[in-house]
Design a protein around this ligand. Structure first.
Ligand code: NAP
Length: 249
């Protein structure tokens, strides 16, 4: 078995560690946006679309593609499905579950960042947890205050009230409370990334009655085969000892 692991998430990093520990020949592929230390072999950069990915799979003699990319990485997963089919190797999608609202939450679901920006009322003091690449639609809303937490500082242009906070998760509820008090946050905008690393902001929104504009995951993405690293490892172990896990979409 030779695995091409498409990464860029905490789950991919954990899976690379587990596979390495089990002696499974694995190459992790990263787009180059996130910098993280991965266990085992790593390649960095795009493949050049489906054709390039098919070439990588066949020339590298990979026998399985494991897609553990981010739920909002909308292009690479459909490409990986097509490339796996064309190369004739099984495709496995590992994707963490989306967050679900619970009692006390005030969520407004939107389908994209443009819609999220339009949803903010004039005068809002919004906390944006949408990544540096997601900020642009909000910069046109010069009638709201923006607190933007990102790893990589974006250009906020001439926005009159944009505060950039450079930080990398995980974040605790106490971090959120301090930040939100400092900036008088009364709206939260976030992508439905799921996972625990950035979950406390939703708890703080709930405890304060702060409305949440929740950007839904992109549509038309492959359905997950596994939602945890343990589940993915079990499928891979089964595949190792038996036949393929087939599929897709
Ligand atoms: P995307 O829109 O799906 O991908 C854009 C292009 O980047 C793809 O067409 C592919 O280029 C290349 N690419 C993406 N993931 C790759 C990988 N693991 N290995 C090699 N090339 C890859 O994805 P994105 O939203 O730009 O995100 C890029 C990466 O950052 C993803 O791997 C994702 O897991 C990670 N990430 C994304 C987010 C997010 O919110 N979008 C958050 C955290 C981490 P080619 O077409 O040239 O092959």
């Amino acid at each position: 078995m030779r695995i091409l692991l498409l990464g860029g998430t905490m789950e991919a990093k954990a899976l690379a560690e587990r596979l390495s520990r089990d002696g499974v020949d694995t190459l992790t592929s990263l787009a180059g946006r996130v910098s993280a230390q991965y266990e085992g072999k790593v390649r960095i950069g795009g493949f050049g679309g489906v054709a390039g990915l098919v070439r990588t799979i066949t020339e590298g003699a990979f026998t399985v593609v494991v897609d553990a990319t981010h739920p909002f990485a909308a292009r690479i997963s459909p490409n990986a499905v097509s490339a796996s089919e064309r190369a004739g190797v099984p495709y496995l999608r590992l994707e963490r579950p989306a967050w679900m609202p619970v009692a006390g939450d005030d969520w407004r679901s939107v389908s994209d960042l443009e819609e999220a920006a339009a949803e903010l009322p004039a005068g809002a003091r919004a906390f944006l947890a949408v990544g540096a690449g997601g900020v642009e639609p909000f910069l046109r809303r010069t009638d709201v205050s923006l607190t933007i937490r990102v790893i990589k500082t974006p250009d906020t242009g001439a926005h009159p009230c944009a505060h950039v906070v450079s930080a990398r998760g995980p974040f605790q509820a106490v971090d959120e409370r301090i930040l939100w008090d400092r900036h008088g946050i009364d709206w939260l905008v976030t992508k439905n990334a799921g996972g625990s690393a950035t979950l406390p902001k939703l708890m703080v929104a709930r405890e304060r009655g702060v409305p949440v504009i929740m950007v839904d995951r992109p549509r038309g993405q492959p359905k997950p085969d596994a939602t945890t690293v343990d589940e993915a490892m079990a499928i891979i172990a089964h595949h190792r000892s038996a036949t393929a896990f087939g599929r897709k979409m």
